[in-house]
Each structure stands twice: as structure tokens, then as C-alpha cells.
Design a protein around this ligand. Sequence first.
Ligand code: IPM
Ligand code: MG
Length: 359
Amino acid sequence: MSKNILILPGDGIGPEIMAEAVKVLELLKAEGEALNWSFGLLGGAAVDAEGHPYPQSTQTAARAADAILMGAVGGPKYDDLPRELRPERGILGIRKDLALFANLRPALAYEALAAASSFKPEIIAGLDILILRELTGDIYFGQPRGRRTNADGEDEGFDTMHYARSEIERIGHVAFQAAQKRSKRLCSVDKENVLDTSRLWREVMIGLSSQYPDVELTHMYVDNAAMQLVKRPKQFDVMVTGNIFGDILSDEASMLGGSIGMLPSASLDVNNKGLYEPIHGSAPDIMGQNKANPLATVLSVAMMFKYSFDRPDVSGRIEAAVKAVLQAGHRTGDIAMPGEQVIGTREMGAAFLAAMTGG
Ligand code: IPM
Ligand code: MG
């Protein structure tokens, strides 16, 4: 059966990097893969065209799609919009609407890019961490939240950190199963010394561990995890944590390997339907200049084949071609060392396609 992909280029550099990813889909289709795709609007582009960051037309298409490929959203143009209309609400809206609770964020150190990292080579050589971030709960969505005036007449802002047992259990199962497929070590990150939400989180993880006796479960406070990630990152294999801690730790981890321009992510529902996107943002400062690195988006296509289409062969081929392109010395600005020749978005896309076809 043909797979239907909804493509949401978004804002800033989104359309440019997505154009290169579409060429990968075109290649695979020409080779005989049963793929179809259509384009939709999300974020600022959707606000401009339809007055909402996650409009009805996109909701309908997203619910019907087998997988969604997203570029990036946001830009200074939208900074003054009310919160419900900001581009970020588009991402949060689609995550919640499609119940994409499991966010997979790999942090890898590519050998060819070791020099581009701000860390010593021995700290990061061979680094391969998978961060599992819960994506539809926590302080991001907890109620009540808002602004009010307190009894003393002072302005207050407030949010609610919240997790139900079932929400922790379902991300926990994904995490234990991911660990089973890797080195069988799982580190659960929380703030159990302070937060009641975290006390439940830890209790649930410990409870689940009896169903996965082959996985070694450890726990770490989030502040210590932030420190250990830069001190001795290779101690980690799979990490699982809540929405807000995962937001912060995954950005931190993405820098270990040298460039955020290299990292894809997947957000999955219970049936492995997913939304795939590069970890980096819309980079409005370089938009339209043929400067952005398209490889994180290309690697998002690889993750889509692996997790939603159950085709590790295709994802492996894409990942190998990315490594080959780096090995051959092709560099966009974000991964170039001083003195190295810098190529543009389209040239990097072309080099990647050549590597895919053995060129
Ligand atoms: C991310 C981003 C989003 C988040 C923003 C854009 C809403 O930082 O995907 O990590 O906080 O989840
Ligand atoms: Mg973030």
C-alpha cells in the first residue's frame, strides 16, 4: 500500500531544507517505492494564509496521513502575535491533536565532524545517545495556567506541572523497549527530591522495570543529568524524561556532536504514526540564502522510514549516504571548520543524492 506523507515546510529556512528532502522522496519513488505526498501549512505560513498556526485544512490532512514531515516554524515577524496564534502553537497543537507523545531525539557525534564540536574528541568520540522526551503532557499542557492578579494586587503568572500514571507508563514502555534494542541501559531523569510529579514518575518507572528484567534502570536528577551530559556523555545510552526536562536536555545534548544542523527527531503516537522534523529551528537570519544544512531534514526522512514505515533498509541507506557525504568533506557553514570550503543548501542536497546513487 502506498504511503501518504504530509509535508509541512513551515517558515524561515523550512522551505529550502524541505526542497532537498523532497528530492530524496522523488528518488525513492522513481526507484519504485510506493510513496505519495502533499503539502500543507503550519506555523507562521499558516497564520499568513489562513489566520491560524494549525488550520483546519492541515488538521484534516495530518489526521489522514501515514506520516508527516516538517521543516521548522517561527520567525520575528510573528513575535507580537497573541500566544494562541504564535507559530509554536502550531507545533504544540499538532502534537496534542495527533497524540504524538513519544519524542525520539538522537544525539550523535559523527566522526568526520569531531573537530566541529566544542568538546574534546575523547569526550564525544563514538557518542550515540537516544533521548526519549514525553511530548504531550507536563507543564506544557497542565491546567490551570494563566495570568491573574493576586490578593495583594500583584500580577502573577502560573503553570501546572502534571502527569497521570497512564501518561508516564506509555512513554516508559517506549523507553524500555528502545533500551532493549540498544545497550539495555535506561536512565530516567526527574526531580524527585523536590517535585511530586517526579515522585510519581520515578515510582512508575520502577514499577515498569519488573516487566523488562533485561534492562538496567537508573535514575538521575535533572540538574545532575545536565552536568553529566557535558562531563561524561558516553555514560548514557537511552534517557527518558518529561516534556520540559526533555526540551532542555535534548538541546544541550544536540551540541555535543558539533551541530544542531545534523540532528533529526521523531514524534510518535501509539501506532508509530509520526511527525518527523529536524531539531533545529527556522533560522530566520539565514533564510532564503542557500546557507542552511539540509541533512537533519534528510535524516528525518530516514527516521520516518525506520519508525513509521518499518523499513530499516531505506533508513540505513540514507544514514550511510550522509556519512559518506561528510567523509568526502562536504560542509555547510554550520559544520565547517575555519578554512574549509563551504557549500550551500542545494549543493549539499546534490552531494547527498549523488551519494545515495553511488556517485
Ligand atoms: C522543541 C521546541 C518546541 C518545544 C517549541 C518551538 C514549542 O523547542 O521542539 O524542542 O518547546 O517543544
Ligand atoms: Mg526545544
